[in-house]
Design a protein around this ligand. Structure first.
Ligand code: IPD
Ligand code: CA
Ligand code: CA
Ligand code: CA
Length: 266
């Protein structure tokens, strides 16, 4: 598959960071780990992967701005372009030896996501998308699943961790969704959740309390695979509200309706 120069730059950065994560994953017990808040870990592996992505992308496209999970916002002279990067999405999985994590890199041009890469180095699954060019996993073109009924659907979600509020709201949402779908999954890496919806592995996905770096690349993958995404009210304030609902058109619509139902009594 021929990739654009831009995607090549992003893929190289993601794969180099992925190789660093694979090495660190083999020696997870030797990594320095600190807490950013209750239940919210960051390790040497996150920082090493972020340094690699930062240096690769800065070299390839000098002047572009960054928004990265660990560094935060880094200004650039070019005010049209911004990289949105999660160097290790799924830190909790990583630190527990669960091989479900990824590097996520998106490029925003004039406020619009135009390219996205999500790479799981353990499975060697490389998800790529460019606006208008479709979404791919390795060389295979992606398409969201065709199931249209919630009763047939397997739906991913995110469980708010210790110290992150709204546990009660999540339980209400979960109860509503559980009552209508075939199955619910919690993978533990938002970028992969969206990639899995793009790949048709999950029929739908919802989560709250997310940050732009968790979802920027995954949202483009999803849309380029024919999927739909919104905030939990059906609007497009995903970065602003931190809430996301995703699926094909029918599942997306049905999930929004189900999530907003009043509390079921039984
Ligand atoms: C986390 C993962 C997780 C989601 C959390 C995120 P991190 O990202 O995406 O699935 O439930 O809300 O913070 O911290 O591992 O990059
Ligand atoms: Ca984190
Ligand atoms: Ca993340
Ligand atoms: Ca992260």
């Amino acid at each position: 598959m021929a990739r654009s120069a831009l995607l090549n730059v992003m893929v190289q950065a993601a794969m180099k960071a992925g190789r660093s994560l694979s090495r660190d994953f083999g020696e997870v017990q030797n990594l320095q780990v600190s807490l950013k808040g209750p239940g919210d870990y960051v390790s040497q592996a996150d920082r090493r992967a972020e340094d690699i992505v930062f240096s690769e992308l800065s070299k390839a496209r000098p002047g572009y701005a960054f928004l990265m999970e660990e560094r935060g916002a880094v200004d650039g002279e070019d005010d049209q372009h911004r990289w949105i990067v999660d160097p290790l999405d799924g830190t909790t999985n990583f630190l527990h030896g669960i091989p479900v994590f990824a590097v996520s890199i998106a490029l925003e041009r004039q406020g619009q996501i135009v390219a996205g890469v999500v790479y799981n180095p353990i499975m060697d699954e490389l998800y790529t998308a460019e606006r208008g060019g479709g979404a791919f996993m390795n060389d295979r073109r992606l398409r969201v699943a065709a199931r249209t009924k919630l009763t047939d659907a397997v739906v991913g979600c995110g469980v708010p961790h210790l110290g992150r509020g709204h546990h009660g709201d999540f339980l209400i949402e979960l109860r509503n969704v559980m009552g209508e779908v075939a199955g619910v999954r919690r993978m533990g890496a938002a970028a992969l959740d969206l990639a899995y919806v793009a790949a048709g592995r999950l029929d739908g996905y919802w989560e709250n309390n997310l940050s732009p770096w968790d979802v920027a690349a995954g949202l483009l993958l999803l849309r380029e695979a024919g999927g739909f995404a919104s905030d939990t009210r059906g609007g497009q304030q995903i970065f602003e509200t931190g809430g996301v609902v995703a699926g094909n058109e029918a599942i997306h619509r049905a999930l929004i309706k189900t999530l907003s139902k009043p509390v079921a009594l039984r």
